[in-house]
Design a binder for this molecule. Structure first.
Ligand code: AP5
Length: 208
């Protein structure tokens, strides 16, 4: 799944993973888990993450590769983010004898994304993504007890930097996947369930 920060890649991947059983592999989650563990690798990637910069390609590729091998079906969220990563993914898939079914791009204008990211909250207990207005965290002792936290990189200067990087390095990947004839574009300005419907329909068409 491709798309700018805040377009809803994580939100949609979590919903589709629940519906289809495909494994959700989010490189941002892998990075944050490494930071939380306090490992040497976590220390090495922490500054990149907090400033909104990309973690160096060789680190992110090594973090991602083992997860591809473990599952028959998966949704990759946040990887690849530039052409070097896209080529590394192609090589890894070729070694594993796998192919990408689709590259789904969620599209939404920058001004809407900043508002979404500022209101994002993530459950520390379950990792589920919420928004203070559009998808509020449950109150009281529900199925998700929280706490609901704001990400370190959801501050205005990091958000702006992440969007700059998206436009410069990740958006050009659309052409890469057009050439492979697997690109699907979905309007991500719609309400969350509508976007899920469109992504599912697009995946079914690609699967047919
Ligand atoms: P990562 O965790 O991938 O963050 P990101 O790229 O900034 O993307 P986001 O998680 O912000 O956006 P999203 O599209 O998933 O939005 P979400 O669904 O949460 O990466 C973090 C960092 O890790 C990077 O900056 C980098 O340092 C490093 N990293 C990761 N991968 C890397 C790679 N490949 N190479 C190098 N470095 C890498 O939704 C956002 C909010 O909007 C939520 O509150 C949600 O509830 C709300 N929302 C979602 N959809 C809708 C809707 N349709 N209507 C209204 N609200 C909505």
């Amino acid at each position: 799944m491709l798309g700018p920060q805040g377009a809803g890649k994580g939100t949609q991947a979590q919903r589709i993973s629940r519906e289809t059983g495909a494994k959700h592999i989010a490189t941002g989650d892998l990075v944050r888990a490494e930071i939380k563990s306090g490992s040497e690798l976590g220390e090495a990637v922490k500054d990149y993450n907090n400033r909104g910069e990309l973690v160096p390609d060789e680190i992110i590729i090594e973090m991602t590769k083992p997860h591809l091998e473990k599952h028959d079906a998966w949704l990759l969220d946040g990887f690849p983010r530039n052409e070097a990563q896209a080529r590394a993914l192609d090589e890894a898939l070729e070694e594993l004898g796998l192919e990408l079914d689709a590259a789904v791009v969620l599209e939404a204008p920058d001004k809407e994304l900043v508002e979404r990211l500022s209101g994002r909250r993530t459950s520390e207990a379950t990792g589920k993504i919420y928004h203070v207005e559009h998808d509020p965290p449950p109150e009281g002792d529900g199925e998700d007890p929280g706490p609901f936290i704001q990400r370190e990189d959801d501050r205005e200067e990091s958000i702006r930097r992440r969007l700059e990087i998206y436009h410069e390095h990740t958006k050009p990947l659309k052409d890469y996947y057009v050439e492979k004839d697997i690109l699907v574009t979905v309007d991500a300005t719609q309400a969350i369930p509508e976007v899920t419907k469109d992504v599912m329909a697009a995946l079914e068409r690609k699967d047919a």
